[in-house]
Design a protein around this ligand. Structure first.
Ligand code: T3D
Length: 261
């Protein structure tokens, strides 16, 4: 376990759990916390033994976004600078990580906290989870990727409603819109997220990484380019030992043992 003051990183075999840990402030993001979160993703990126990541919050919230009290400091960096220097590196680290990230959404995800949830590859919600694009309520605009992720995740109409009105999206509604894979009782959320991580960790790491990248790239490409990219990635995957192992396991009617080669 690597303990920052405000972000905890636990590694258990092939699974890393990153916990936002300022429960007294609903895990609102301070500068040290953003630094620790970026560092945690860096540590995960370097540890090739990690095959899946769970991101969650301590206490009753996932993350309430930017710490608005810290923002009162007259010496605070301008908003655009803070975004470019501290938020964007976190979002980019999450999207470029070549392992899947599961958001275990244990309570409210507001503002940039919602953006963190959206930047995960998959989300499971506890029944008490909710999403709120709180930016408009304080005269700000969606940031940290929220305006990029949300229309892609829930469609443009629902995204406009959530972003413009700032309405709270409950866990049940989030499931209906496909934003979360499923909703589970709060007290089983960690276990359910871990079970999903265990499933992911048993899959071929190279194929998972390429799938994550393919899904991301396809959003901004036309069909022809995507077909070509698929052919390229499939050529690479097809030449891997893991593909041979997957085929052998299928023919021998046994579970595969993927090594990432
Ligand atoms: O650098 C930059 O500023 C640019 C980046 C901006 C990105 C952003 O994230 S902007 C959006 C920032 N977030 C918000 O506007 C959300 C503010 N919080 C809320 O709207 C509500 O707290 C929630 C809807 C999240 C939850 O409501 P509720 O009723 O469950 O809890 P609460 O009573 O409001 O909050 C509990 C405590 O957490 C409370 O502490 P206290 O006063 O009892 O000691 C509250 O002040 C604290 N807290 C909640 N959110 C924040 C916060 N403290 C600091 N910053 C927060 N964002």
């Amino acid at each position: 376990m690597t303990d920052g003051e405000t972000v905890r990183l636990e590694v258990d075999g092939p699974i890393a759990t990153i916990t936002l840990h300022r429960p007294e402030a609903l895990n609102a993001l301070t500068i040290p916390m953003k630094v620790e979160l970026r560092r945690a993703f860096g540590t995960v990126a370097r540890d090739r033994a990690i095959r899946a990541v769970v991101l969650t919050g301590a206490g009753r919230a996932f993350c309430a976004g930017q710490d608005l009290k810290e923002r009162q400091d007259p010496a605070a960096a301008p908003l655009a600078v803070e975004l470019r220097e501290r938020y964007h590196p976190i979002i980019r680290a999450m999207r470029s990580l070549d392992r899947p990230i599961i958001g275990a959404i244990n309570g409210v995800a507001a503002g940039a906290g919602a953006s963190l949830a959206f930047a995960c590859d998959l989300r499971i919600a506890g029944t008490s989870a909710s999403f709120v694009l709180a930016f408009g309520r304080i005269g700000l605009v969606p940031d940290s990727g929220a305006s990029w992720f949300l229309p892609r995740l829930v469609g443009p109409a629902k995204a406009a409603e959530l972003a413009l009105l700032g309405d709270t999206l409950s866990a049940a509604e989030a499931e209906r819109f496909g934003l979360v894979a499923r909703v589970v009782p709060d007290d089983t959320l960690r276990a359910e997220a871990m079970a999903m991580a265990v499933r992911l960790a048993a899959l071929a790491p190279g194929a998972l990484a390429a799938t994550k990248q393919a899904l991301e790239r396809a959003w901004s490409q036309d069909l022809d380019r995507t077909l070509e990219d698929e052919a390229y990635r499939q050529g690479m995957a097809g030449a891997s030992r893991d593909h041979a192992e997957g085929m052998a396991a299928f023919l021998e009617k046994r579970p595969p043992r993927f090594t990432g080669e």
